[in-house]
Design a protein around this ligand. Structure first.
Ligand code: XMP
Length: 515
């Protein structure tokens, strides 16, 4: 199923909702020609909403050829209007714009609205409206500002709605999408994690053949699931490398070393390089400098590991040709949706890899959204602690210590962080929080009283945030009783901490991490 992106933020959401209906979907830009779209052999097409007016100069139009190809099409919002215009309907400004929850009256259920109530609330965002449906179409619904709010031509399998069914505020949105997919386009809900694994395993085998492949395992979800997929496909041809920079949280290296290996059977090389990283970070407090040092050392260690693997494989007459990368679908879409040889991205979750790598990339998660990656991970038996892990920056705790990164400071932070994570999990809040950095203000001290004595300890900052994509974020309103337990436990159990503070800043202006 193809989603044609008309430039709004909704295309990814549509693609996700379609996948929630267990139908595989991909996004193409509206600048793709009809031939390019049809070359993908789509079973159905959705035209997304967009910011333009169909009458604006340079507004993206739909080539009417698309509707003659025999492929079922559904237009949404702008896509609905562009469809109406291309097929001879009438689109004009009614003078009544509709934004937000809007009452819609159903006049004929048709395929799209079958079984939904005669009056329903749908999420609208439009100034123009379809005044008259194109010839051959039946009008299914109207609203105050949209004389034609939904239509369909069942014979030609063309459908459209003015509202946004992909938005949760549209009461019956998912039902409308499913009616289009299952009843309008005759698709089956068979895109499941099990099928994704089977397809990917086959594709990876075809790509890699009997060559050797390496993977940098950060401990995060993406690289773990990518590695598990490649392991399932080519087994011992894969070697994973984990660079232990000493900046991970409590228990994380052990989780990779023990649980991940037990669950997947991967060959894992761990380079224990804590001393090297700490020596390079000694005396450094500037955040950018810390990031650069960690990135640089990471590359050096990874290159050493890679050299060793290549040399060992070479001794057995084998060639190491491939590198596994955990690139996700949103990255692919945001970088232009290009296919083929991808560049290694600079914001890599293990801190940036060298530009001059001569490997070809294996990117088994290129078509997946994050929640789908988690589902595939579960299907593969990757431990839940890893699959459900929240985002964690490549430079690790190194950028969560305001001040010098020393073994002592790391130990304090690790203990406080472990308590916060444990209590958030116990309170069942992990699903509500995007992530919760715990930050040690090693450069700050304040006076406290613990037991009978005066203390002069460090503050800890809790930074719980809610976010869709980490580009913007709001601080999560955690229940006071949970905050209270975290605060009490940290100050009781971590002697060096005598104050727990809560960061109540959104992003922007604050970033999620403190450094
Ligand atoms: P900021 O602090 O920029 O963080 O609001 C946005 C998201 O990115 C994560 N982050 C990183 N991830 N390498 C990473 O892999 C990094 O250097 C890095 N810095 C920040 C951060 O945890 C948040 O999810």
């Amino acid at each position: 199923m193809l989603v044609v992106d008309f430039g709004a933020q909704y295309a990814q959401l549509i693609a996700r909702r379609v996948r929630e209906a267990k139908v595989y979907s991909e996004i193409v830009p509206h600048t793709a020609t009809v031939d390019e779209m049809l070359a993908k052999d789509p079973a159905a097409i959705i035209l997304s909403g967009g910011p333009s007016s169909v009458y604006a100069e340079g507004a993206p139009a739909v080539d009417p050829k698309l509707f003659d190809a025999g492929v079922p099409v559904m237009g949404i919002c702008y896509g609905f209007q562009a469809m109406a215009q291309a097929l001879g309907g009438d689109v004009a400004r009614t003078g009544l714009s509709e934004f937000g929850g809007t009452d819609v009256d159903v006049c004929a259920a048709g395929v799209l609205l079958a079984g939904t109530p005669a009056h329903q609330t749908a999420w609208m965002s439009h100034g123009d409206a379809v005044q008259a449906a194109p010839p051959g179409f039946e009008v299914l619904a109207t609203s105050a500002g949209a004389p034609v709010a939904a239509f369909e031509d069942r014979a030609r399998r063309l459908y459209g709605v003015q509202w946004h069914p992909e938005v949760k505020h549209s009461e019956h949105g998912q039902t409308v999408l499913e009616h289009f997919l299952y009843d309008g386009a005759g698709l089956a809900p068979d895109w499941t994690p099990g099928n994704v694994v089977a397809e990917q395993v086959e594709a990876i085998r075809a790509q890699i053949g009997d060559a050797r492949v390496i993977c940098a395992l950060s401990g995060g979800v993406d690289s773990a699931v990518a590695a598990a997929l490649v392991q399932k496909a080519v087994g011992d041809q894969l070697t994973c490398v984990h660079v232990d920079h000493g900046l991970m949280r409590a228990g994380e290296v052990e989780q990779i070393e023990r649980d991940f290996v037990a669950a997947t059977g991967v060959n894992l090389v761990i380079r224990h390089e804590k001393e090297r990283f700490l020596a390079a970070l000694a005396g450094v407090t500037d955040p950018e400098q810390k990031r650069k040092i960690i990135g640089r050392e990471f590359i050096r260690v990874f290159e050493d590991a890679q050299r060793d693997i290549v040399a060992e494989a070479g001794a057995h007459g084998e060639e190491v040709k491939f590198l596994v990368q955990g690139t996700l679908y949103p990255d692919v879409v945001e970088s232009g949706g290009g296919e083929g040889a991808a560049n290694i991205k600079s914001h890599h979750n293990v801190g940036g890899l060298p530009d001059d790598l001569t490997f070809s990339l294996v990117e088994p998660l290129r078509t997946l959204f994050k929640d789908e990656v988690r589902a595939v991970g579960r299907e593969l038996g990757v431990p839940e602690e890893i699959v459900s892990r929240q985002p964690f920056p490549g430079p690790g705790l190194g950028i969560r210590i305001v001040g010098e990164v020393t073994e002592h400071n790391l130990e304090i932070l690790r203990r406080a962080d472990a308590i916060a994570r444990e209590e958030l999990t116990r309170a069942g809040l992990d699903g509500e929080i995007w992530q919760c950095p715990v930050v040690l203000l090693a450069d700050v001290r304040s006076v406290g009283v613990q037991g009978d004595g005066r203390t002069y300890g460090h503050p800890i900052v809790l930074r719980p945030v809610s976010s869709e994509d980490a580009m913007t974020a709001d601080w999560t309103r955690l229940p006071y009783d949970v905050l209270s337990v975290i605060s009490t436990r940290i100050t009781n159990e971590v002697r060096e901490i005598n104050r727990v503070t809560l960061d109540v800043t959104s992003k922007p202006p604050g970033t999620i991490e403190w450094e």
